[in-house]
Design a protein around this ligand. Structure first.
Ligand SMILES: CC(C)(COP(=O)(O)OP(=O)(O)OC[C@H]1O[C@@H](n2cnc3c(N)ncnc32)[C@H](O)[C@@H]1OP(=O)(O)O)[C@@H](O)C(=O)NCCC(=O)NCCS
Length: 170
């Protein structure tokens, strides 16, 4: 399932469209439930945004949203908004029953490669209790830049220069 460094990516992301809104809505709700529980916050944007907003995001040409399918089923997603030379990575999510297979790692690496050529660095953030995601980001070369308060926890903001090689990927 998972590619090795120096080999072609093992996942082939496709650009999602408005037709995928229902599936994306369902995937992000399922995936982010664990984050909500870890942070005691069930109002995370991926959990509360209405279907109409998901559809609008998919219709936004400035916001490519990628997905990975196993057959017909959508099992992973990520998006990168380009602002100047910064690629803002968001909503990396893998279906709960498919986590731990390397999909999140491979999808993020693939999306970085697909991001617009103007991008020279990537930024993202996650909650301080998202231990798995923080390990994944660190492995891929993301480093903390700062923290910001959110409810009773902090958001950790990370950045990575484009092309920084991952430390090690199993
Ligand atoms: C964070 C998230 C995207 C990670 O996706 P994932 O597909 O499980 O990630 P990976 O499989 O690449 O890596 C997860 C673990 O599996 C391990 N792994 C990767 N490939 C593996 C394989 N073939 N066999 C066994 N383990 C493997 C990784 O080493 C990693 O181990 P670690 O947790 O000890 O560091 C996923 O957990 C998720 O959707 N979480 C909810 C939403 C979220 O938190 N998003 C990010 C924050 S905004």
């Amino acid at each position: 399932m998972v590619g090795q460094l120096g080999h072609p990516r093992a996942v082939t992301p496709e650009l999602l469209t408005e037709a995928d809104a229902g599936e994306l809505f369902t995937l992000q709700r399922a995936a982010y439930l664990s984050e909500a529980r870890a942070h005691g916050n069930f109002d995370l944007p991926p959990l509360v945004e209405p279907l109409a907003d998901v559809r609008a995001a998919l219709a936004d040409p400035a916001l490519p949203v990628w997905g990975v399918r196993d057959g017909h089923r959508l099992i992973a997603t990520v998006r990168i908004r380009v602002r100047g030379d910064v690629g803002e990575v968001g909503r990396l999510a893998v279906a709960p029953d498919r986590q731990g297979e390397g999909l999140g790692t491979e999808l993020l690496l693939a999306a970085e490669e697909l991001a617009a050529s103007a991008v020279t660095r990537f930024r993202l953030f996650t909650g301080e209790r998202s231990a798995g995601a923080l390990r994944l980001y660190a492995r891929l070369g993301y480093r903390e830049t700062h923290r910001s308060p959110e409810a009773d926890y902090e958001l950790i903001h990370l950045e990575k220069p484009r092309g920084r090689a991952p430390a090690a990927i199993r």
